[in-house]
Write a protein that binds this ligand. Structure first.
Ligand SMILES: Cc1cc2nc3c(=O)[nH]c(=O)nc-3n(C[C@H](O)[C@H](O)[C@H](O)COP(=O)(O)OP(=O)(O)OC[C@H]3O[C@@H](n4cnc5c(N)ncnc54)[C@H](O)[C@@H]3O)c2cc1C
Length: 751
């Protein structure tokens, strides 16, 4: 047996997505990092050991333009390229390779941390001196010493051993005035789950159940839950138990109960005669219960339900989420009610930095399911892409604290702006916050482009859409809106049809719902095909914004749809309010009432007048790097075959450029998924620029500084071999990954 001491600037315990992103973020800022994970693979609940699919702010398409950027965005895009089929082992590799790409991270797999030593002294804040773990299979006892520690263990053992304040269970309703909280506080948590995969062998396969398999027909499960023979993995998220137990200390008993139910369900599917499952077999059954909830640390702020619903724009926001508040009944799979209930705010919400550090341990931060949030707020922050963006924020905060020798509380008090600007520079998203980096020389340049898309027109018809329910259309307005034209068929009607078409504001720049009515018009449409119907709206705005147009449902009327997506324009189907599934959502949950299912990338054929400035070249230096009250990018006119488009920055005086950072458009509206939930039809987002070159205007004229081919990433950082004295910089787009338009979100230039 060996005893070792490992010193690093930052130690991250727990290698789920929160821990992985925290470690990568700190390492990219120049800190040495020990990443300590007690399993043989990274990824936590998303790993091939548990196989939960990674959800985030898009809420599987409920929220628009809501996909995460930064490190989580990179993982999504890389997985989409390498693993569009959603193979869990290939996802493991994507995560592992992202960690291995960072030379400052030392990874300790199979290392379970279970001891903590505190620094001597009795100051106001306790401090962790070291954490010690046992590396299984190697007989190594390793003590990790660092300036900063991050507890990303989910269960929160590190912080608990350090004496950090934490909570387990549900707060009473009155504590945060949360109407989804119980009247009286209790220690109930969400339960744990084991998943399983099945496959068709192509020939009959027998199943002899183990002696401990539960007789499922004697439980309420077949009546209360959906059992189908072809389902796998997360379809069985509802096999949940342990919410009324202690999900850590009774983990073994919970596993045994879950196994007994899984084999019982499989016995029921195979042997009850009620399913077509003769050729089906079990391909994989998990052995680790996936834990949903245990300790939640107390930070300087406890995020709660009202913050989520109000989308409270904290001054210290460092991350965002968008999954519904998703809570489950304590009895889990045995509950008589539905396995989950959901509350969707009107759009994405914000997470404050104060929820990511301990209120009483000075060098402890956390990210993931153990952050400082009430049980109800945890119901949404717990999904993994949200855990990951919190991880990036906490890792960034820890890196700055380690670098400057300050506590997270001090960082919050005096260097909050630096923290937020550092995150933005790394392409993490803080909604509604602009780049204000004083070192970015692009901000003082003038932007121009070879061409700009000014005509908001979604292209030729490729089919029609029956207007049996209301439809919606969202587009940007920068200045004036005079007219909307829609391509419409009125079939089987002898008399003209009257359509009510209404214009709404979206409420907030980050929301995509019809919030405030601006104008409503009754438009008469004669019977006939392919008619351009004119809607004479009159609207003017000083601030660029999105508008949401609703078109009343009308049997016999069809809208034409284009096959050519236009970034910034979205189409919606109003859900049928009479459907029992959605009736209770209609009034208060507008994101659910308007769905993009089946309409993504196929906008209604529409023309907006007058011409728009929403895609102007100056968008690349306005500080926003994702849609926010408009598309927030430069878009060229459609590129000609073999032609090029460019965008340039010009300075009045020469600048010395050493580093150029470019953000390309990777359509954050597209919902990517790491496992098998749904398949996105392309491996590389088509809007991404593929081949490009950077040219600088020097005393000798234009010079190529860099040429890139085959790009498939959103953020590209080019460090020039030596500083270049230039008065202008030009990004020449030679080709894209499929879109007819050249699109650039941001360019930054550093000395
Ligand atoms: C069945 C189930 C379904 C869910 N459904 C979804 C879903 O569809 N989509 C979604 O995004 N989220 C879902 N969630 C929630 C989500 O999986 C968790 O909230 C999320 O995994 C938390 O991320 P994390 O990084 O904080 O923790 P984890 O993913 O739990 O990762 C923590 C890691 O730390 C390791 N660790 C723990 N203790 C120690 C220690 N002492 N020393 C070293 N390492 C340690 C653990 O082994 C683990 O690998 C679900 C959860 C479950 C269980």
């Amino acid at each position: 047996m060996r005893q070792e001491i490992v010193k690093s600037d930052v130690t991250v315990i727990g290698g789920g997505l929160a821990g992985v992103c925290a470690a990568i973020a700190a390492a990219r800022l120049g800190q040495t990092v020990s990443l300590v994970q007690n399993r043989p693979v990274l990824g936590g609940n998303s790993s091939s050991e548990v196989r939960v699919w990674v959800c985030g702010a898009t809420g599987h398409g409920v929220n628009r333009y809501a996909r995460e950027t930064g490190i989580m965005g990179e993982l999504f895009a890389e997985n989409q390229y390498r693993n569009p089929e959603g193979n869990p082992y290939l996802w493991d590799l994507v995560v592992l390779e992202a960690v291995r790409a960072e030379s400052r991270i030392t990874l300790f797999l199979n290392t379970d941390v279970h001891e903590v030593a505190m620094e001597p002294g009795d100051g106001e804040l306790r401090r962790i001196q070291s954490a010690t773990g046992w590396m299984m299979g190697s007989e190594r006892k390793i003590t990790f010493q660092s300036d900063m520690f991050l507890d990303c263990t989910g269960d929160g053992l590190l912080g608990c051993l350090a004496g950090a304040d934490f909570r387990i269970g549900r707060e009473a309703r009155h504590e945060f005035n949360e109407d989804w909280a119980p009247e009286i506080a209790d220690d109930i948590t969400l339960g744990s789950t084991i998943l399983f995969y099945t496959k068709d062998e192509g020939q009959p396969v027998r199943f002899v159940p183990p002696s401990f398999a539960k007789r499922i027909e004697e439980t309420s499960i077949p009546i209360r839950r959906v059992i189908r023979s072809g389902d796998s993995g997360c379809h069985y998220w509802w096999i949940e138990w342990g919410g009324e137990l202690d999900t850590v200390h009774e983990n073994e008993a919970i596993r045994d109960e879950l196994w007994s139910v899984i084999y019982g369900i499989w016995d029921y599917i195979k042997n009850s005669g009620k399913f077509e499952a003769e050729n089906m077999t079990l391909e994989w059954v998990g052995s680790l219960p996936g834990k949903r909830e245990y300790r939640r640390f107390v930070g300087d702020y406890v995020l709660n339900q009202n913050d989520i619903i109000a989308q409270r724009p904290f001054d210290d926001r460092v991350a965002f989420g968008g999954w519904s508040i998703d809570l489950h009944p304590p009895q889990g799979m045995y509950a008589q009610e539905s396995g989950s209930k959901h509350y969707h705010p009107d759009g994405i919400y914000h997470i404050p930095f104060r929820s990511l550090y301990s209120c009483n341990v000075g060098n402890l931060m956390f990210a993931g399911r153990n952050i400082s949030a009430s049980h109800v707020a945890f119901g949404t922050t717990r999904v993994m892409a949200t855990c990951a963006v919190m991880g990036e924020a906490a890792g960034t905060g820890a890196a700055l604290c380690a670098r400057d020798g300050v506590t997270p509380r001090e960082l919050h008090a005096v260097r909050l702006e630096e923290l937020q600007q550092t995150l933005l520079r790394q392409d993490a998203s803080i909604i509604g916050l602009r780049n204000q980096d004083a070192h970015d020389m692009a901000r003082s340049a003038k932007a121009a482009a070879s061409s700009v898309l000014t005509k908001l027109s979604t292209g030729a018809s490729a089919g029609t859409y029956a207007l049996s329910h209301p439809a919606g259309l969202l587009f940007p307005v920068a200045g004036k809106l005079d007219k909307l034209k829609l391509l419409v068929d009125v079939v089987d009607a002898e008399t003209p049809s009257e359509l009510t078409i209404s214009l709404y504001g979206t409420g907030r720049p980050e929301n995509y719902i019809p919030a405030e009515l601006i104008q409503s018009l009754a438009i008469v449409v004669p019977s006939g095909k392919e008619q351009w119907v004119e809607v004479p709206f009159h609207y003017e705005t000083n601030e660029p914004c999105n508008v949401f147009v609703t078109i009343e449902g009308h049997e016999g009327v069809r809208l034409h749809q284009s096959a050519q997506p236009l970034f910034g324009v979205l189409c919606f189907a109003g859900r049928d309010g009479s459907s029992p599934d959605f009736a209770h959502f209609m009034e208060s949950q507008k994101t659910i009432a308007w769905s993009m299912d089946g309409l993504n990338r196929t906008p209604f054929c529409a023309v907006v007048e007058p011409e728009t400035e929403a895609y102007a070249p100056a968008s690349i230096i306005n500080g926003y790097t994702r849609p926010y009250g408009g598309p927030q990018l430069w878009m060229s006119e459609a590129m000609s075959e073999g032609g090029e488009e460019w965008i340039s920055l010009t300075w009045e005086q020469e600048v010395a450029a050493s580093e150029i950072r470019i953000i390309f458009n990777d359509d954050v509206n597209e919902d990517l998924i790491n496992l098998h939930h749904h398949r996105t039809p392309f491996e590389i987002l088509p809007e991404l620029v593929r081949d490009y070159r950077l040219e600088g205007l020097t005393e000798q004229g234009w010079r190529t500084l860099h040429r890139e081919t085959g790009n498939r990433k959103r953020l590209r950082v080019h460090r020039l071999e030596r500083p270049e004295a230039i008065t202008a910089l030009r990004l020449v787009v030679e080709s894209t990954n499929g879109s007819p338009y050249a699109q650039v979100v941001e360019i930054r230039v550093y000395e």
